[in-house]
Design a binder for this molecule. Sequence first.
Ligand SMILES: Nc1nc2c(ncn2[C@@H]2O[C@H](COP(=O)(O)OP(=O)(O)OP(=O)(O)O)[C@@H](O)[C@H]2O)c(=O)[nH]1
Ligand SMILES: [Mg+2]
Length: 481
Amino acid sequence: MITEEVLSFAVLGHPNEGKSSVVSTLAEDDSVRVTPIPGETVVCRRFPVIIDGREIIRFIDTPGFQSPLATLAWLRGHEGPDMLERFVEVHKNDQRFSGENELFSPLISGAGIIYVIDASRPLRSVDIAEMEILRLTGIPRMAIINNKDETSTYLDAWRNELRKHFNSIRVFNAHMATYAQRVALLESLKAIDQQWEKTLGTVIQAFKDDWSRRIATLSFFICDMIQDVLRYQASRNFSDEAQIESLRNRLITDYRKEIARIEKQAHSKLKKLFKHNIFDYTLPEQSVAGEDLFEQKTWQVLGLSPWQLATAGAAAGGGLGIGLDVATAGITFGVFTLSGVLLGAGSALIGGKRVSKVVVKGPKLGNYQGTVPIGGSQLRVGPVTNIQFPFILLDRALIFYSLAINWARGRRGRRGEDKPERKNISYVSSLTAAQRVTCAEFFRHINSGNERKYKTSRQAMTDMLKDILTEISNKDATNFR
Ligand SMILES: Nc1nc2c(ncn2[C@@H]2O[C@H](COP(=O)(O)OP(=O)(O)OP(=O)(O)O)[C@@H](O)[C@H]2O)c(=O)[nH]1
Ligand SMILES: [Mg+2]
């Protein structure tokens, strides 16, 4: 007899009930094949959970029961410790039982049982036969109610039946489960069998430690992203004042592209950290977070309110502008600098939107013509000075994170079903006043030149982010942003 050398759980059930979805979520592995076609999984596949290079637990995806009534009838006539081996031996060439032959193999090897049912449909006699088969095996077992449609019509009937056959029952929606729910599921597995208690305790601790490490890493990534954006500037040289207009447009395009690239890169690091390896998951388009960073809508819904901005900015001691047009939700990119040439008017328009004052650096053309560098002058956009901008970046990162940790849900997208409410969409608008100041302090010192203050404010920012990220992951995944 082959034995599973690592603590293993076989995920069993009827075809198409969500077994593979449960495995995918528990093992954080998006290579598990999940399809709407019943009978997709035909052979068992092991999905290890590896932490620190060590396999700590293993989930086994199995094909669905095929002929539960006939299987039960046979087993009842052959009860005994090795009845599963004998069943497979007798039926190995019988196609009617190919599902059972396959799914019994991990049980023969010593795996525990996680039985998945979809409670959005009524209970049938085949389901009871499956449960009875599992009870006959005597293997410690838990039932998972994967309520696909989230209807409760049949829930009580299912629960009553499951209670007769299982040591523990949990509702676990494979497509919505969060990190906290995964840990809760492991906790209840621990309670089923004393033999597992120690190992599962270690597994749960490893899960928790691993999660804290990811959160710490992510808070660094977020700070880095905001820092890179706030420090970025695009510039171009020119020699003819007539070029300014077209140059400015090009510069803005370049600037936007680069900012978008920095943000995208941070999101993709986040995605990796939360083990989305295969799917090119991006922010869902129908959600506000899927809007372009520079879209007016983004600026209307995310970030802080004008009042919150004003107080955060003031408390952090200025340094970052509130932006001329926060109230109208337009976009100020911050300062245009122009060295060598005076742009003329005190403000400029970008794409029809007013930007903050044009700052002229360097000698004015008229008075100091002699000092204009050979080869022309330079037009520069950035670094951004609008305090709302980093708040919006932070908001989008938090929203992206909340989707990524809602692992399976994020992966499958469920487009169209979840038109998010536009209200309550922003995370940063629900920060406390003290947290807003912590953010503003950090944003300000990114470019203030005060290295000591920069370091302390960044440390405070990462500490605060760790708390926020932990809080988000401990919440239920009821809010789709
Ligand atoms: N809405 C919703 N759909 C789900 C959920 N779980 C699974 N599904 C869908 O149900 C279908 C079957 O899911 P699978 O995980 O492939 O089911 P399975 O039990 O492994 O199926 P077989 O391998 O064919 O036996 C897929 O289309 C899933 O997207 C859920 O929690 N919610
Ligand atoms: Mg499957």
